[in-house]
Design a binder for this molecule. Structure first.
Ligand SMILES: [Ca+2]
Ligand SMILES: [Ca+2]
Length: 205
């Protein structure tokens, strides 16, 4: 089972082009799976319909937790036997880093089986909230643990370190640029990938 990242709106003028909120096999489901949630009040989850060889599924129950299989955010509640998706609303995810969804399906014999999602990070940035700790950028240093410098001895190298980890949603890509104090661009925004939190370049001239 998976979580969708977006806040989806129905387009009534063009129902043909609606994103299907259903997935019938694992690959389809994972293709819709989100890594970061853009809302702090609601989440859309999807699951493959449970298969039982002997009896029918008579009901599903859904819960949300901050740990895999947990129910801290929303205890189990019943949803229809024909559902394979659920929009959970009226949530407050402002203090939650990651959400995990769990679905339990019950067969006619009363036996249940459970599916747990792989989790989705709450993107405070997307929701317009402040990060859990401030984003920081320091110049002249090669580690964000060091203090920002206002002077440096090297005439050839420039360093900067940054920390954007205050948003639970992981940063996929960083770009950095360098401007002289008079506004002249020494280096345009340059992709340094997703893993770097510090960068040094050689400045010629
Ligand atoms: Ca996910
Ligand atoms: Ca400085």
């Amino acid at each position: 089972m998976v979580e969708l990242s977006g806040v989806h709106k129905l387009n009534h003028s063009n129902p043909e082009r609606q994103l299907s909120w259903e997935c019938s096999n694992t690959d389809d489901c994972l293709g819709l799976d989100g890594e970061c949630l853009e809302s702090i009040t609601q989440i859309q989850i999807l699951w493959e319909s449970f298969k039982d060889e002997d009896t029918q599924i008579i009901k599903y129950e859904v819960a949300l937790g901050s740990t895999p299989g947990g129910t801290q955010i929303k205890p189990f509640y019943e949803v229809d036997r024909y559902q394979t998706s659920e929009l959970v609303t009226n949530l407050d995810l402002s203090d939650v880093r990651r959400v995990y969804a769990t679905v339990r399906g019950y067969n006619e014999a009363g036996l249940s089986s459970t599916a747990v999602s792989n989790g989705i990070f709450v993107s405070r940035f997307s929701a317009g909230l402040l990060p859990l700790r401030p984003f920081t950028i320091k110049d002249g240093v090669t580690s964000n643990d060091l203090h920002d410098l206002d002077f440096q001895a090297s005439l050839t190298d420039l360093s900067a370190s940054w920390d954007f980890s205050g948003d639970p949603c992981p940063i996929r890509k960083y770009e950095w640029a360098i401007y002289r104090i008079d506004g002249v661009e020494s280096q345009p925004l340059t992709d340094v990938g997703g893993n770097y939190i510090t960068q040094t370049i050689r400045v010629l001239g």
